[in-house]
Structure formats: structure tokens, C-alpha cells
Design a protein around this ligand. Structure first.
Ligand SMILES: NC(=O)c1ccc[n+]([C@@H]2O[C@H](COP(=O)([O-])OP(=O)(O)OC[C@H]3O[C@@H](n4cnc5c(N)ncnc54)[C@H](OP(=O)(O)O)[C@@H]3O)[C@@H](O)[C@H]2O)c1
Length: 282
């Protein structure tokens, strides 16, 4: 995101939590400001002087011991940033949501992303909202993790039927769209599904990633959701346990959308999913 913003000619000021500075290693000349979106005090001073705010903060797993719940990070964190943006006199605001966000969503992740979107829409700011499907890129937490599993295991576990569909989008496209939208008045008050051109089931995705890592045939074993749910309820707080009850709810539903407005507005040509994945795993 930082590189994409710079490529569009923006000067980037990053809010960085104490202890996370190493994530910005090698990025050289950017302004870094220590802070936390859960701490409202001082955020307006951090934002003051900027032309736009790009709000990306989100979590996929709650950590109640660290007070990082979906409600706090997605809803309260967004409200803090919106409030500080208004207070700092900044008008333009670009927001990271997620595909599947809707009123009455089943998962807490999507419910709280929806509440955050509602706060954005009623902020009075010149907002743009992006809702990505799964984002993939070199070293990501999903496709790269599947590739690692496929390289090591003779048989790959699939939770549930694996028939829910995803529409993975390259990280570069999401970053480019965010960076371009900052100066595009036509994208104000617009919400974009950020998705790729191929909607695939988890079973198909495993075959695509398998082919990219040289597996001619991917052998899969299904773990029934009925068995996984109680286990996830019991064990999801253990480090390394692969899935939370909330993620199980999301795994059961399609995560697809209409990428046409996203692609045409930002002039993006999506690679075929197999080519995109082959590229990042090469
Ligand atoms: N990855 C996907 O496939 C995907 C799909 C759809 C939507 N999204 C959304 O995209 C955003 C980024 O996701 P990601 O996958 O890139 O996750 P990520 O790597 O964990 O990034 C989340 C970022 O938020 C920061 N953060 C968390 N709590 C914070 C706080 N209280 N104050 C300030 N910063 C805080 C983290 O900082 P630290 O380094 O300090 O932890 C980290 O830099 C999220 O909003 C997510 O919901 C992601």
C-alpha cells in the first residue's frame, strides 16, 4: 500500500503501534507516528496536515486478552479515526472493509465491518469503501500458507464441503485502487467489491495452488463442519489452532462479488487466477 501510494505521488505518514516498527523496515523515507487507533487522544494531531486518510486497520482473530475484539478494533477504532479525521479538518477518507459485509451477516467479523461502514457513511466525509475478497500476494497469509501445506502434506484437510466460492484479488490491485481513489472525486461515496475475475471453490483453489507448486494431483480429506465447530469453540484461543468459530461461519458462505466497477474505474486488468498464483509462488 505504501509503495502504491508513493507511486501515485503521495507522501505517506504511517500510524505505527509500538513494537511494529520493524514491519516498515526498508521503506525509507516515510513519516512514522507512534499510535493506536484504539487510543483516540492525539489521533487528530497525527492526522492534521494530511490531505487524506486511508484506514486499513482490521483483525481476523480476536485477542480478548489484549482487548482486541472485533467490536473494539473495527467499530470503535474506525469511529476514533473518523472523529479524528473530522477534527483535523481532513475531508477525504478511504476505508478498508471486506466482501461479505452486510446487514445481518452471520460472522462477527462481517457484522462489525458493516457497523464500521455505517459509521463511515454517516461521517460527512468524502469517503470511498473497498470490500476485498481474499487478497493474495507474495508472502501472504492464505495462498502462501496453502502452498506450504501442499508442499509438505501428502493429503490436505478441507474443512466442510469446500464448495463455497472465493474470488481472490491480487494485493497490487487493491493497493493501486486505494492509491488512485485518493485523488479521484468520482469515487467519492462509492463502494467497490475488490475481487479478481475467477470465482473458485476452495477445492478448485487447492488444485490451482497444487499445480503451481508442482503437484499433479491434490489429495483432499474432508473434515466435517459438525466435528470442527465444537473443536474450534474449545481450542481456537490456542496459538496455532487453524480456525476460529467465526472463520468457520465465513467458510460456509460464498465470498464473491461484481468486480467490473472496480476493474474499470481503476483501469485494472485482472490476471487469470492460476497465472496470478503461479507468479507469486514462482
Ligand atoms: N487479507 C485479506 O485477504 C483481506 C480481505 C478482505 C479485507 N481485509 C482487510 O484488510 C485489512 C488489512 O488486513 P491484512 O490481512 O493486511 O491484516 P494485517 O496484516 O494483520 O494488517 C492489519 C494491520 O492493522 C494494524 N493494527 C491492528 N490493530 C491496530 C490498532 N489498534 N492500531 C493501529 N494499527 C492496528 C496492524 O498493526 P500491527 O503490525 O501493529 O499488528 C497491521 O498493520 C483489514 O482491515 C482486513 O479486515 C483483508
Amino acid at each position: 500500500m505504501i509503495q502504491a501510494l508513493r507511486a501515485e505521488g503521495h507522501i505517506v505518514r504511517c500510524l505505527v503501534r509500538r513494537g511494529s516498527e520493524r514491519d516498515l523496515q526498508g521503506l525509507g523515507a516515510i513519516e512514522r507516528i507512534e499510535g493506536d487507533v484504539l487510543v483516540r487522544g492525539g489521533l487528530d494531531a497525527d492526522i492534521s496536515g494530511c490531505d487524506a486518510v486511508v484506514h486499513l486497520v482490521g483483525i481476523i482473530r480476536e485477542q480478548p486478552a489484549l482487548n482486541a475484539t472485533f467490536e473494539r478494533v473495527h467499530v470503535q477504532g474506525t469511529m476514533n479515526v473518523l472523529d479524528a479525521t473530522v477534527e483535523a479538518g481532513v475531508r477525504r477518507y478511504v476505508h478498508m472493509s471486506a466482501l461479505g459485509t452486510r446487514p445481518g451477516a452471520r460472522s462477527r467479523y462481517h457484522q462489525t465491518k458493516w457497523a464500521a461502514e455505517e459509521a463511515v457513511r454517516s461521517s460527512g466525509l468524502a469517503w470511498t469503501i473497498f470490500r476485498p475478497s481474499i487478497i493474495y500476494g507474495r508472502g501472504d497469509g492464505f495462498v502462501t500458507m496453502l502452498a506450504r501445506m501442499l508442499r509438505r502434506l501428502p493429503v490436505v484437510p478441507v474443512i466442510g464441503s469446500g464448495r463455497a466460492r472465493l474470488q481472490p484479488v491480487p494485493v497490487e490491485h487493491v493497493a493501486e485502487a486505494f492509491a488512485r481513489s485518493v485523488r479521484m472525486a468520482t469515487t467519492e461515496k462509492q463502494t467497490f467489491d475488490a475481487a479478481g475475475c475467477d470465482a473458485v471453490t476452495m477445492l478448485e483453489l487447492l488444485d490451482i495452488v497444487g499445480a503451481a507448486v508442482g503437484r499433479r494431483r491434490v489429495r483432499k480429506v474432508h473434515v466435517p463442519l459438525g466435528a470442527m465447530r465444537p473443536l474450534a469453540r474449545l481450542l481456537h484461543r490456542l496459538p496455532g489452532f487453524p480456525v476460529t468459530p467465526d472463520q468457520l461461519r465465513m467458510l460456509e458462505e460464498d465470498n464473491t462479488g461484481d468486480p467490473k466497477p472496480f476493474l474499470s474505474t481503476f483501469g485494472l486488468t485482472p490476471p487469470a487466477l492460476a497465472a496470478g498464483i503461479g507468479h507469486i509462488l514462482a
